[in-house]
Design a protein around this ligand. Structure first.
Ligand code: CUA
Length: 150
C-alpha cells in the first residue's frame, strides 16, 4: 500500500513541469489584472447606484446604455428627490421608458439625453429599452428604487 502511494508521489514529481521565472511572473501579472478588472466592475456598479453629485434633494445619475443592459442596473433615491438621469449610449441607439412616471426617451450612440422627474412614489420601478437594439433588447431593463424618507 505504501509502495503504491510513493509511486504516485514519484510520478507526480516527474510530471511536474518546472516553470521559468518569466512564466511565474506572467501568471501572477495576469492574475492581478483579472482581480483589478473584477474589482473595478463591482466597485463601479456599486458606487454609481448612488448619486454622484447634486443638492440634498436633487440626485444626479449617469446611466450608460449598452447592448443589452443599463449601468448601473439600479439607482437609489429618497422619496421627494428631484432625480436627474444623464443617459448615454456607448454602442447603438437605445430607448428608455420609465412607466411609473410615463417618461420616454431615445439615445443615440455617444450622445446624452437628460431625464428629470420627482420621485413622488415609493417602491421599485422598472425602466426598459423601447428601441429595438438587437437580440437582447427585450431583456434590457434596470430599476429606480425610491425609499421612504425618514
Ligand atoms: Cu436597447 Cu433595445
Amino acid at each position: 500500500m505504501y509502495g503504491s502511494i510513493s509511486k504516485v508521489i514519484r510520478l507526480g514529481k516527474q510530471t511536474k513541469v518546472k516553470k521559468s521565472w518569466v512564466e511565474r511572473f506572467m501568471s501572477i501579472f495576469i492574475l492581478i489584472i483579472i482581480m483589478l478588472a473584477v474589482y473595478g466592475v463591482v466597485y463601479w456598479n456599486e458606487t454609481s447606484r448612488f448619486p454622484v453629485l447634486g443638492e440634498e434633494d436633487t440626485k444626479v445619475f449617469y446611466v450608460t446604455a449598452l447592448m443589452w443592459e443599463y449601468y448601473p442596473t439600479e439607482i437609489r433615491v429618497l422619496e421627494g428627490d428631484n432625480v436627474i438621469i444623464h443617459l448615454t449610449s456607448i454602442d447603438v441607439p437605445h430607448g428608455f421608458y420609465l412607466e411609473a412616471w410615463n417618461i420616454t426617451s431615445n439615445v443615440s450612440p455617444n450622445q446624452t439625453e437628460t431625464i428629470e422627474f420627482t420621485a413622488d412614489k415609493v417602491g421599485k420601478f422598472e425602466f426598459y429599452c423601447i428601441f429595438y437594439c438587437g437580440i437582447g433588447h427585450e431583456d434590457m431593463r434596470a430599476y429606480v428604487v425610491v425609499e421612504e424618507k425618514g
